[in-house]
Design a protein around this ligand. Sequence first.
Ligand SMILES: NC(=O)c1ccc[n+]([C@@H]2O[C@H](COP(=O)([O-])OP(=O)(O)OC[C@H]3O[C@@H](n4cnc5c(N)ncnc54)[C@H](OP(=O)(O)O)[C@@H]3O)[C@@H](O)[C@H]2O)c1
Length: 370
Amino acid sequence: MRLILRTSYDRSGCFARLPAEARTWAYTDLHDQLPARAVQRPIGPIGVRAVVYDRYGPPGVLRIEDIPVPSPGANQVLVEVVATSVNLSDWEGLLGSPLYARIGGLRAPAHRVLGSDIAGRVAAVGPHVTRFRVGDEVYGDNLALMGGFAEYAVAPAAMLAHKPAGLTFAEASTLPQASAIALQGTARVQSGQRVLVNGAGGGSGTFAIQLASLAGAHVTGVDNAGKLDFLRALGADDVVDYRRTDFTRLEPFDLVLDLVAHRSVFAYRRALAPGGRYLCVGGAVPTLLGVATIGAALGLVTGRRMGVLAVKQGPVHFMPAAELCVTGDLRIRVDRTFTLEEVPQALACVGEGRALGKVVVTTQGSKPVT
Ligand SMILES: NC(=O)c1ccc[n+]([C@@H]2O[C@H](COP(=O)([O-])OP(=O)(O)OC[C@H]3O[C@@H](n4cnc5c(N)ncnc54)[C@H](OP(=O)(O)O)[C@@H]3O)[C@@H](O)[C@H]2O)c1
């Protein structure tokens, strides 16, 4: 296998540019290393099924296609994907909006296959990878390379962790990005503080509510009316329907964690108690820029802190959440699972705000491409 990795790896990370006979040889050899379940469906010279897109747009721009088997580089791992959870960032990457979703690909997507939060089995490792072996069950945040909406994906070994036995692949796939956001967003919460989570019914918000509640805070969750009972069930003390009530005119909070920022910095400043902190994670670009500049200055002169949370990635940032899930202190809510063929619907479910908690795409049960 090491010989193949050295001889077949090309700059695009695929076997695609090899001559046909070399490709067949490479796939055959790779195929020999795959776990039993994968061997039942030979990869063959054509490749693996993936949901691809070549231009930004609505879910209709997605199609299912056979692509070359991705080849792991020296410090990378080839994962046989079992489950990939959908994040709002996938939807943003599909649309190419907000503008930050085009970083690395201003006119066309930088990666043809979306899907960053993967869980599956190691199918091959690069020559410098020592932490994982073929057959290991892993999960992780593959935001830099994406590729999770496919049967196989390549990920940097540094972004993966061993999947806890107590979590299913679907459950593990919900954690990397969403729980890292929630853990970092609520890291400084103290008992008795008043915490508000805006956009609380989505992937990150459902973890953030629970973590703030575990820390002993009084938690207010903001989302649309259809999600408010769900927020209460997760531990929110108060809930707010954003279509009816402007949370910035409620009592001031010690922490506002905003997953969908789109208001003025002055409105957000109004929502903060003295010494309070406003952290936005995602939302409209003008708002994010305003918070990072005017908001930061406004916070300083008024005794508050306002800023954009640059979320750190990697196992160290999501494994604590997995441990809490295994002990039962943190609950994972998978709203729906979809097949590879249903990725457009899965993305729309999240992007159009219909999901309660997380949506997961599973490669099992997917039909062969016609
Ligand atoms: N800063 C970083 O480093 C970093 C890293 C990764 C990701 N991100 C960003 O972090 C965010 C994570 O979001 P997520 O995955 O938790 O999203 P999500 O699962 O889509 O949840 C967002 C929730 O907000 C609700 N919502 C929509 N508009 C709202 C409004 N005006 N007021 C209150 N709630 C509203 C949505 O419901 P309805 O639409 O039904 O109302 C949904 O329940 C994304 O924007 C992503 O791009 C940031």
